[in-house]
Design a protein around this ligand. Structure first.
Ligand SMILES: Cc1cc2nc3c(=O)[nH]c(=O)nc-3n(C[C@H](O)[C@H](O)[C@H](O)COP(=O)(O)OP(=O)(O)OC[C@H]3O[C@@H](n4cnc5c(N)ncnc54)[C@H](O)[C@@H]3O)c2cc1C
Length: 391
């Protein structure tokens, strides 16, 4: 049998790639993770990361199981106990609470950098995991029994399985010749954090406007994180505002629900896209996280979908002898298990985006009526909440 440097070689140590390394810790698999940029390990605690995630209860249970959740600074976490979704007629509103879902929270808000640091530290302590960063892959070759990855100024690494966890512009996916279909939303996600005059009461709020979607996520303390999905013109206007003017504009758009706002992070903007890939696996290769799919952030499910990939792939790999981890038949099980979930989430978020970001007067009536009716139909409301929480 051929000697391999690793059984599983993960390219990309973002939240999803790192989570896979942690999920495979203390198993019979030898794991190597390479990333071109090692994550920051320290920062000024007076600052807040502009990248914030709403972690679903299913993802939180997973992060607890892999020994990551308890590493995070509890003072920086915030429970979401309530959610309010408003239409654009000023009246229609859908509201639900954790109690409606029979649970103690709808989601937990975490800073990206805090979660990334905890994942990286947990992976670095695992005896069967090697972290290589910074390390820049330059070529990927097929071998009879796996893959060979060449690194700039570094060794060539052979592995039975290479996992592309290198984000939406995945180099691994390109090297493998896997086709992707990207549909830009012609929208940007503008994010920024604020201190608020009024308490958020652990409530996440979302407003569906004709030309965009505004979300306020509660942050630890009397703070809030905004995600405003909007078109190019609006994004330019928002990014050109002074911090004080941005506060006023965000407070106005959010109907002054949290009173006056003060900036605590600079605004940043990300392009939004829908992306499908032709294949999630090839012999000796699998894609996870944003390398495998991109969704609109309106449901805050991007990283949760990625953690879903990790749970499934890790479950399948550890159930097999290490020698089989790159086999196509084994990897196809992962692909079959994830395909439907990912397509469903992409379909739901895409449909909502089309329904809500539309000036058509018929659709306007439909969406506002739909929000009101859903609010009244307890059964439908319950099913929607359960689906979002377990995605
Ligand atoms: C505005 C906005 C708001 C969002 N809000 C939410 C939210 O509330 N909740 C949620 O769940 N999701 C949200 N998302 C989605 C979420 O950000 C992504 O789904 C998630 O970050 C994907 O993680 P990843 O590890 O797959 O990829 P990435 O975070 O992109 O990580 C990729 C890693 O690979 C490394 N890398 C890249 N190329 C190479 C290479 N060639 N060689 C080596 N290493 C490489 C990078 O350095 C990086 O570390 C949001 C997205 C946007 C745009």
């Amino acid at each position: 049998m051929k000697f391999h440097d690793a059984d599983v070689l993960i390219v990309g140590g973002g939240l999803v790639g790192c989570a896979l390394a942690c999920a495979l810790r203390n198993t019979a698999l030898q794991v190597t993770l390479v990333d071109s940029h090692p994550p920051a390990q320290s920062w000024d605690d007076a600052t807040w990361d502009s990248r914030i995630y709403a972690i679903s209860p299913a993802s939180r249970r997973f992060l607890t199981q892999i020994g990551v959740w308890e590493r995070m600074n509890a003072n920086r976490l915030q429970t979401v106990a309530r959610m309010r979704i408003a239409g654009d007629d000023g009246r229609a509103e859908l509201g639900f609470t954790a109690m409606d879902a029979g649970t103690d929270e709808l989601a937990r808000i975490v800073e990206s950098r805090e979660l990334q640091r905890s994942l990286w530290q947990a992976a670095s302590e695992a005896p069967n995991v090697t972290l290589l960063a910074p390390a820049q892959p330059t070529a990927l070759h097929d071998e009879a029994d796996g893959k060979l990855l060449a690194l700039a100024h570094g060794p060539r690494l052979s592995a039975r399985l290479i996992v592309g966890a290198d984000g939406v512009q995945s180099w691994v996916r390109t090297q493998a010749g896997i086709e992707e279909k990207t549909t830009p939303y012609q929208q940007w996600g503008v994010v920024a954090n604020f201190e608020c005059e009024k308490p958020h009461l652990a409530t996440a709020s979302q407003w569906f406007f004709e030309d965009g979607i505004l979300a306020f996520l509660p942050l630890a303390g009397q703070r809030m994180s905004m995600v405003w999905s909007c078109g190019e013109l609006r994004k330019k206007e928002l990014m050109a505002l002074s911090p004080e003017a941005l506060c006023q504009e965000v407070a106005r758009a959010g109907q002054h629900r949290l009173g006056a706002l003060k900036p605590i992070s600079a605004a940043a903007a990300f392009p939004l896209r829908l992306m499908h890939v032709a294949d999630l696996v090839r012999p000796g290769l699998a894609l996870i996280g944003d390398a495998a799919h991109a969704v609109h952030p309106l449901a805050g499910q991007g990283v949760n979908l990625g953690f879903g990939d990790v749970m499934e792939l890790a479950r399948i790999l550890v159930a097999e002898p290490a020698s089989r981890c790159g086999e196509y038949l084994v990897l196809r099980r992962y692909e079959r298990a994830r395909r439907e979930n990912v397509l469903l989430m992409q379909g739901v978020t895409h449909g909502l985006q089309k329904l809500f970001n539309n000036a058509n007067p018929v659709l306007r009536v439909l969406r506002n009526t739909g929000l009101g009716l859903t609010d009244q139909w307890a059964w439908l409301k319950h099913r929607l909440i359960q689906h979002a929480m377990n995605a």
